[in-house]
Design a protein around this ligand. Structure first.
Ligand SMILES: [Zn+2]
Length: 231
């Protein structure tokens, strides 16, 4: 993607349709940057600046998850599908349960190198770190949650899965932020792909149970069900 360099020098060169499908679906390795995380250059630079300022506020911004490949997402999918169906859930139920928090491989914003999940490494949390209540009053990441809500946008990072009750799709994720400048154009290109076709031909565990209605609502609610400023 030499276009990235060009874009920095020439803002008129929008990236819109120049994102290849495989890159949007995590199937090729883009150039990634970062120590302890992997993001595209511009997003990484912005994250470094944000980390630095957060440190002054006593917060050790740490990325728990940033870029994830298709193969990585597929391992998550397979593990959860097996666990849920072995626990007695029907395939349809298991799929619905997975997509409360996890994506279908090929549809994760983590494939883009623009999104990341953050914790405060200066706080020890035993058990599941990524719980919404941890990022609010009384939770171990209360300070981080407040700081991100107040400052992240000034570094170009926006909350994706908000707590707006009218929003459908993935549950509220106060830890997941997206570098808007890049991810907006990637989403735009992504939505112009034949997602239905891509999902139908993906040979995932349980994907023979993807109905037409499920795929339609997944695209509408899960992929588009985000903070409207990122659309
Ligand atoms: Zn995430």
């Amino acid at each position: 993607m030499g276009a990235i360099g060009l874009t920095m020098a020439h803002p008129l060169f929008a990236q819109d349709s120049s994102w290849p499908a495989d890159e949007l679906m995590g199937k090729v390795n883009p150039a990634l940057f970062g120590k302890g995380y992997r993001l595209r250059k511009k997003a990484s630079d912005a994250f470094i600046a944000m980390q630095k300022d957060a440190r002054m506020a006593g917060i050790q911004l740490h990325s728990l998850s940033s870029y994830r490949s298709y193969a990585h997402q597929e391992r998550i999918w397979t593990r959860k599908y097996q666990r849920f169906t072995q626990a007695g859930m029907s395939p349809e139920k298991a799929i619905a349960k997975i997509v409360e928090y996890s994506t279908i491989p090929g549809t994760s914003r983590h494939h883009w190198g623009t999104d990341l999940d953050m914790v405060d490494a200066s706080v020890k949390v035993t058990g599941d770190q990524l719980l919404a209540k941890n990022y609010h009053a009384g939770g171990p990441y209360e300070k981080l949650g407040d700081w991100l809500r107040e400052h992240a946008e000034s570094y170009g990072f926006y909350l994706v899965y908000t707590n707006n009750p009218a929003r459908k799709g993935f549950s509220y994720e106060p830890w997941h932020y997206s570098f808007k400048e890049l991810s907006c154009s990637m989403l735009d290109a992504y939505l112009s792909l034949d997602l239905k076709g891509e999902l139908e031909k993906a040979k995932l565990l349980g994907s023979e149970h993807f109905t037409e209605a499920f795929i339609s609502s997944y695209i509408q609610d899960n992929i588009k069900g985000i903070n409207p400023v990122l659309l």
